[in-house]
Design a protein around this ligand. Sequence first.
Ligand SMILES: *[C@@H]1O[C@H](CO)[C@@H](O)[C@H](O)[C@H]1NC(C)=O
Ligand SMILES: *[C@@H]1O[C@H](CO)[C@@H](O)[C@H](O)[C@H]1NC(C)=O
Ligand SMILES: *[C@@H]1O[C@H](CO)[C@@H](O)[C@H](O)[C@H]1NC(C)=O
Ligand SMILES: *[C@@H]1O[C@H](CO)[C@@H](O)[C@H](O)[C@H]1NC(C)=O
Ligand SMILES: *[C@@H]1O[C@H](CO)[C@@H](O)[C@H](O)[C@H]1NC(C)=O
Ligand SMILES: *[C@@H]1O[C@H](CO)[C@@H](O)[C@H](O)[C@H]1NC(C)=O
Ligand SMILES: *[C@@H]1O[C@H](CO)[C@@H](O)[C@H](O)[C@H]1NC(C)=O
Ligand SMILES: *[C@@H]1O[C@H](CO)[C@@H](O)[C@H](O)[C@H]1NC(C)=O
Ligand SMILES: *[C@@H]1O[C@H](CO)[C@@H](O)[C@H](O)[C@H]1NC(C)=O
Length: 893
Amino acid sequence: MYVKLLCFLFILRYSNSARILTLNGDWILQDDKHNITNIKAKVPGGVYSDLMNSGIIGDIFYGYNDINTKWVPRLNWTYYRNFLITDTFLNYDNINIVFEGLDTFSYIFINDKLVGSSDNMFVQYIFDIKKYIKTGRNKIEVRFLSPIEIAAKLSAIQTKNYTVPPTCPPTEYNGECHVNMIRKMQASFAWDWGPSFPSVGIWKNVYIESYNESIIRYIVSDVTEEDEDHWKVNLDIYLANNIKNSVKGRIQFKFYLNFINITSILDVDTKGDKNNEIVVKTNIEIRKNYVNTWWPNGYGPSDLYSLKVVYMSEDNSEKSIRHILVGFRTIELIQTPLDSGLTFYFKVNRIPIFMKGTNEIPIDILPERGQNKTKIKNLLKAAKDSHMNMIRVWGGGVYESDYFYDLADEYGILIWQDFMFACAMYPVTDSYLQSVISEVRHQVRRIYGHTSVALFSGNNENEGALIQNWYNTFAKYKTYYNDYIKLYVKTIKTEYLQLTNNRGIFITSSPTNGEESDKEGYVAKNPGDSLYGDVHFYNYVLDPFNSNYYPVPRFASEYGYQSLPSKQSFLTVTKNVSDLNINSIFMNHRQHHLIGNLELQLLIKFYFQLPNETSKNYDEAFIYYSQIVQALAVKIETEHYRRYKSFVNDKGEGYTSGVLYWQLNDVWVAPSWSGIDHLGKWKMLQYYTQEFFAPVIITGHINLQRTLEIYLVSDLLSPLFNLTVSVEVYRWNSFKPVYAEKILIKELEASVLVESIETDDYLTRIGCGYLPKAKQNCFFYLSVEKNGVKVTPDNFVFPAAIKDSNLTGAEVKISSVKNIDSDESIFDVELTSDNIAIFVWLESNAVEGRFSENGFILNEPSRNVYFFASQKTTKEVLMKTLTVTHLLDGKFF
Ligand SMILES: *[C@@H]1O[C@H](CO)[C@@H](O)[C@H](O)[C@H]1NC(C)=O
Ligand SMILES: *[C@@H]1O[C@H](CO)[C@@H](O)[C@H](O)[C@H]1NC(C)=O
Ligand SMILES: *[C@@H]1O[C@H](CO)[C@@H](O)[C@H](O)[C@H]1NC(C)=O
Ligand SMILES: *[C@@H]1O[C@H](CO)[C@@H](O)[C@H](O)[C@H]1NC(C)=O
Ligand SMILES: *[C@@H]1O[C@H](CO)[C@@H](O)[C@H](O)[C@H]1NC(C)=O
Ligand SMILES: *[C@@H]1O[C@H](CO)[C@@H](O)[C@H](O)[C@H]1NC(C)=O
Ligand SMILES: *[C@@H]1O[C@H](CO)[C@@H](O)[C@H](O)[C@H]1NC(C)=O
Ligand SMILES: *[C@@H]1O[C@H](CO)[C@@H](O)[C@H](O)[C@H]1NC(C)=O
Ligand SMILES: *[C@@H]1O[C@H](CO)[C@@H](O)[C@H](O)[C@H]1NC(C)=O
């Protein structure tokens, strides 16, 4: 094999090429017991979607339908259809059927002959069917076995040797058992934020391919820096093998760059290897000045360049064409010694970049619906608009769709990709490991080449689970430890490094101590150590509004609080208004987190006085308060981590380099940690995210000595000069501040302490009343300007719990709504108020859309907010449906 680089345009002329026959579309579905016979089905799809579409089951997201449909995954289901094959199609040496995704256990029959089987929903299955198909009509059948039944069987076999826990999820999940025994979306058997819908089906494309020589299966691009002036695009091209001959052909590359197109040709002359696949490794050097560097969101454009790759057979009779997009960047994970511990931060293009983002759970609990481009785009666009530059694809879900990673590339959102193992011990039988190897090979080849993909992690929380004995494994620690190493280190890590030519960034678990965990045999004594790696932090007992209780990690990869989705969202899953009560049977059914609803009440009570339970709008008030608590707590926690970006405390903790809160999205309408609910509606948290993730923030927190410390934090790559910080103090009953001071900051880089204020003395001195009441009468309002233009979102600090504060109430009204664009989708909403109002919350009710800001502090008599409608509407319709509320709104009391 050798490489020739030619810089002229190559003209392609072909007569024939490989043929593809899609089998997507209409199929027929029935179960083995003939309970459901011959209903219309769709591929790609799944059994729940088909049963819903044919009216056999209701909307699975409604009411108690997760319980009512528990019979569905207990049956064996068969999908079948006929298809036509022509003579010309048969006139090829290689004829395969390709299933991009089978969920999960199935046997595939063509014309009643078994052609293959599947046991892993994350594997792409390719079966040789040349000898099974014929000219004319053919029949295909895919017989799925109940995943619940198989999981139980596998567990029974495993248990004869030793158990691999956990066996079943907590009872409040209403879930199914032994999901860790099977390679299926782990959350499909239920999670603490989601229902159990263990689907079966052909969830991705299926097609028949035929060729004589070869076709391109994957192109994995990996950009490195060759020297100061050149990028190097390392390409691994995976070709399908030819069962008859060795492959003799050519690969042509055409790169479309800024002002030049580069063409090159590579001769391929190799025999197929034992994996029935040929990998061609090559690289293309690109002068740096031909392209723009790719930057994460917030740091510059995320330009991508199209690379067309064509495989041609020796006699030019066949071609296989693929396009990929390549971004030019480097990513490193830096772990170097500090006085205590190791750093843990990402460099992009050799520059340390602070990571801001969230954790993604599956786009949809039904994997076929997780391919919905509108839904994916809405979520990733929200992430981009909220200044996020990293999303973690969490290990209990699925490797997301190509479109998901394409958009992440385009939006500059880096991806922290978990392998799909979460919160469990896993088996290591030979057949299990073989299946995992196929999964790793397929998914790494499919995903790793995306510009956005920053690193892979072996699993979610299993290092911690093992060393902290979550599943009572201590008695046989050595066995489970050896299994852990066998799976994540010897199998997954080894495969991954080989597939990425040793360039891929890998951590074995999350949270982990990174290199320190590796040193301790891949399982550290305390994987949540704040001096190393990443940390997951949850606590529902301590005051969530007191930042002094939060840890100071190197990287916060999970943390968060629950809230309830809106009333309108709830009313899509129940018609019974009393179900909205936090103590209702329905609400307890939807709350999978043990005592979660009680915790929500306690968290609210740290800071707020809920209205009397007998008050008429109590349930609505509770929803609203729950969203305030979530938004405020995650804001306080995130700002705390951001403050630590450029220094350490006396324990050596700090240099925090990333914040990924839990969680971006939802898979049903239920209490959860999400910022965006199941219907795509933004909770208050998502609006707050837009502000606390801004590139530059002003933030204040009161430390244990009651000193208010005001910080400016900047993620910009160059310093800002001559900023004016305004510290205003308002009494609760007036728009006129009782005191205001301005502080000039000559130069801002990273995180700087602007001022320290002895809170209580200061408030007394400036006229908020006498101790100890002063802190209850006033609050701080912070803003920053440069040459008269605001450079940060405004911020606020409450010196006392709101329930102890002397709020006087306000009347907030929507005074006008004006359409401001020709598409009739953007509206200017004017609010007026007669007093300070906090957590001012607008609802668009019947009209879908989102506001430019929401849940804000109103410290002026009027405020204009934009509303972006999802669809065209009119100001009359909006005027009728818009509502506004705030903390002391009379309707709650
Ligand atoms: C058969 O289907 C019906 C719905 O049509 C369902 O209620 C019932 O539980 C199913 N029976 C079995 C044995 O799965
Ligand atoms: C599903 O098929 C398997 C294998 O044929 C069989 O053992 C099992 O009893 C079937 N289960 C149901 C619910 O039909
Ligand atoms: C493929 O190869 C076979 C011989 O193995 C030949 O008969 C056939 O014409 C070839 N097909 C094409 C499209 O070249
Ligand atoms: C039982 O487990 C041990 C320890 O992992 C393993 O070596 C052995 O192969 C297992 N035996 C069977 C029958 O699976
Ligand atoms: C590069 O290729 C594209 C698409 O074929 C073409 O539109 C463009 O003019 C080419 N650019 C140069 C500089 O040749
Ligand atoms: C895709 O998602 C959008 C937004 O959630 C929804 O409106 C639409 O109905 C979905 N499309 C399909 C085919 O399910
Ligand atoms: C709640 O309201 C009811 C009826 O107005 C009243 O009897 C009760 O005392 C109130 N409870 C509290 C805690 O204020
Ligand atoms: C900042 O302000 C000072 C005083 O007005 C001025 O001398 C200096 O040039 C300013 N710096 C920048 C970078 O604008
Ligand atoms: C509460 O605020 C009002 C003014 O709105 C003031 O008259 C009153 O003294 C304050 N209460 C306390 C306890 O300071």
